[in-house]
Design a protein. Sequence first.
Length: 371
Amino acid sequence: MNSCDFRVFLQEFGTTVHLSLPGSVSEKERLLLKLLMQGMSVTEISQYRNRSAKTISHQKKQLFEKLGIQSDITFWRDIFFQYNPEIISATGSNSHRYINDNHYHHIVTPEAISLALENHEFKPWIQPVFCAQTGVLTGCEVLVRWEHPQTGIIPPDQFIPLAESSGLIVIMTRQLMKQTADILMPVKHLLPDNFHIGINVSAGCFLAAGFEKECLNLVKKLGNDKIKLVLELTERNPIPVTPEARAIFDSLHQHNITFALDDFGTGYATYRYLQAFPVDFIKIDKSFVQMASVDEISGHIVDNIVELARKPGGFAPIFPDICYHLTHYKPAAADIPVASDNPAHYADAIRYNARTPLQGSLLPLTRLVWA
């Protein structure tokens, strides 16, 4: 009898299991088996696959009959005795255990991230950006959130570093850019002119083959005369200061794509980048802004960056941690230490509920200013 290789990553245990299934098992049935082995219920699978619970129950019954599985109670026993599964990898140092508010354990590994990419579980969320002088919405930063069907929302600090070190951040960023374009396409005519869309870009993404083409495709879909793309260079890994890297900056600048340094003053986002690359914005790390009013050194650092921005050929600072509520977007005056005296300054709304899913939430923001 023909057989087919079947592998499934068991996220709860950080283990990949391999077994041989009968060749008659279809691709749809293999997906169903994978979800069942990962612990999902019929109700969860029906929601995940957008099918009725009755349909999933019927498909499950047919699958059990084909595989010789008697019931849910004997599920694992029947699989082990009939198909002799082999553990081919287990969690090692290249992993991270995440525990959510309901104490659900989720082991984040490259395999788990790869599976989530395959299932399109990474979704774009937005963080609004306002002009610090007028309070007018000028754009947003697109953030990635892992919407896991069982664990719920997994925060980025639990998976981004591993995605970067494994190279999966490139695929993740491409998916995010495509989703962003697809969501904004039908409503772009309702957005204010020169609306900035910021997307985080790691060194791996910046240097990846086809990156320029991906950026240009996004700009073409959204229209460069309406929406401006800002590539926010992350601080964790360095972009080499080479003629090739400079050529990428120059090429994208020719298409009115601009660049920002994320979390300036930390990691590799330093003055060296300002010296080597044509950066348009910097996002001052919140650790400096939060301490500016109580710590003299932090205050001098922020003042220095702002003064540098005023020089010819300077850049626009973006201040983090301005206090907004999603319903009002009213900042506390004390939280804008230096931003309000310069029309080129911008402020992120990142506290409380200001970060929301992109789908369905952007248009109400276009009518908001802070009072």
